[in-house]
Design a protein around this ligand. Structure first.
Ligand SMILES: Nc1ccn([C@@H]2O[C@H](COP(=O)(O)OP(=O)(O)OP(=O)(O)O)[C@@H](O)[C@H]2O)c(=O)n1
Ligand SMILES: C[C@](O)(CO)[C@H](O)COP(=O)(O)O
Length: 235
């Protein structure tokens, strides 16, 4: 048994997006970067951690690019059909997981974030294991923030003290996250990350500072940086 105990954390990868901001014919999660699809880098980063039991990947119903993996790193890779919004995909994945304790940890990570480092993952899981409100990787805002007006000019400078950018993974107790996402859906509130749903439930997840290079590949401009970062790790 590893020092982390029995692998008990299920990883959820929302991967049902269309990649509209990235463009192209192939959804960005299947972009070949540093020798494999973007989603493979995200899967490997998660499944290589000894505490992670397996992965549930939420795919678009008409996805024809999924390579059909059923295991990686000796762990199960399961899949389900995602939903119209990211939160719907996460909820579908939660509800498709194998039976397990409601207070077990689940970890949600964007398939579009290929450069998650083991050190960040370890610190995040350590923080979440001891915190019932959960924990997320995040990065403190280091730039001055401007609010734009309708003409693309500066309308205001926003205070940045105590502002952080939410990253992923985000780790919560399985039952708590499921209930929080169901409540947000029932209230017709579109949450852009899992923490937003948990905050609505009155909890205060812990912020775990993560690397700035845990980028989400969103537009074509992100591709070269992702290629560089991932190729540097393979040297
Ligand atoms: N209905 C959706 C929308 C998004 N995602 C996933 O959520 C992650 C982060 O979303 P984003 O970067 O916005 O990806 P897309 O939604 O594909 O991009 P876009 O908004 O440009 O279409 C991605 O792995 C994406 O596949 C998902 O599983 N289901
Ligand atoms: C979950 C997330 O990556 C945290 O920053 C972000 O909210 C995803 O946003 P997207 O518009 O679905 O990419």
């Amino acid at each position: 048994m590893s020092r982390h105990g029995t692998p008990s954390v299920w990883a959820i990868l929302p991967a049902a997006g269309r990649g509209a901001r990235f463009g192209g014919d192939v959804p960005k999660q299947y972009l070949q970067i540093a020798g494999q699809p973007l989603i493979a880098h995200a899967l490997d980063a998660l499944l290589s951690h000894p505490q992670v039991a397996g992965a549930m990947v939420a795919l678009a119903a008409d996805d024809r690019h999924w390579p059909g993996w059923t295991t990686r790193h000796g762990k199960p890779v399961l899949r389900c059909v995602g939903g119209g919004e990211r939160a719907d995909s996460v909820l579908a994945a939660l509800q498709a997981l194998p039976p397990g304790p409601e207070d077990s940890l689940v970890m949600v990570h964007d398939a579009a974030r290929p450069n998650l480092h083991p050190s960040d993952l370890e610190r995040l899981l350590h923080a979440a294991s001891g915190d019932r409100d959960g924990a997320i990787l995040a990065a403190p805002v280091r730039d001055t923030l401007k609010r734009a007006d309708a003409e693309g000019r500066i309308a205001a400078t926003e205070p940045r003290a105590a502002l952080w950018r939410a990253l992923t993974p985000q780790v919560f107790r399985r039952g708590l996250l499921t209930d929080a996402l169901l409540a947000a859906r029932a209230d017709a509130v579109q949450v852009t990350d899992e923490a937003m749903a948990v905050e609505r439930a009155g909890l205060r997840p812990r912020l775990v500072e993560g690397r700035e290079d845990n980028l989400k590949v969103t537009t074509p401009a992100d591709r070269d940086l992702a290629e560089f970062l991932l190729s540097q790790r393979q040297r």
